[in-house]
Design a protein around this ligand. Structure first.
Ligand SMILES: [Zn+2]
Length: 144
């Protein structure tokens, strides 16, 4: 996990004469906090907070670059897409493109995960009780 939080010291653009964009108002959790003036396109002026990764230790490593591998992971961080008045919670997997969720969607997803974990851990054999109940009372439909 990388955190380049610099305590609010804005990056200087005095060194390079950059024809930058008008800086945006960054979110308090934005790692850049400089208004993203060095982006080439307004849609690239996106606030991004510190990333939180959970390594998937039971998954195989995946090729990363040309000569190394990386442990697979889930990740999440706060983001505010350019032009979007509302911040989102990014939910991702490895380097694959993830999706930004609203705070309500992220909360519902997190609660569903917690409910599943609770259900799994409450089961004595690691089998979902719901699946066990369904298998008792139903006969398989005959194949036609
Ligand atoms: Zn920002």
């Amino acid at each position: 996990m990388e955190n380049d939080y610099d305590g609010g010291a804005a990056m200087s653009t005095d060194t390079f004469p950059v024809r930058g964009l008008e800086p945006i108002n960054c979110e308090p959790w934005c790692e850049a906090r400089d208004g993203h003036p060095d982006q080439r396109l307004p849609e690239d002026q996106c606030c991004v907070g510190p990333e939180h990764r959970v390594p998937l230790l039971h998954e195989p490593t995946e090729p990363f670059g040309e000569a190394s591998t990386e442990q697979q992971y889930l990740n999440t961080y706060l983001m505010r897409p350019a032009g979007d008045p509302a911040a989102r919670v990014f939910i991702g997997y490895n380097e694959a493109p993830g999706r930004p969720a609203t705070s309500d969607e992220a909360r519902r997803f997190a609660l569903q995960i917690l409910a599943l974990v609770d259900e799994l851990e409450a089961s004595p054999v690691g089998v979902f009780p719901r699946l066990h109940t369904e298998s008792i009372g139903q006969q398989p439909a005959p194949r036609v």
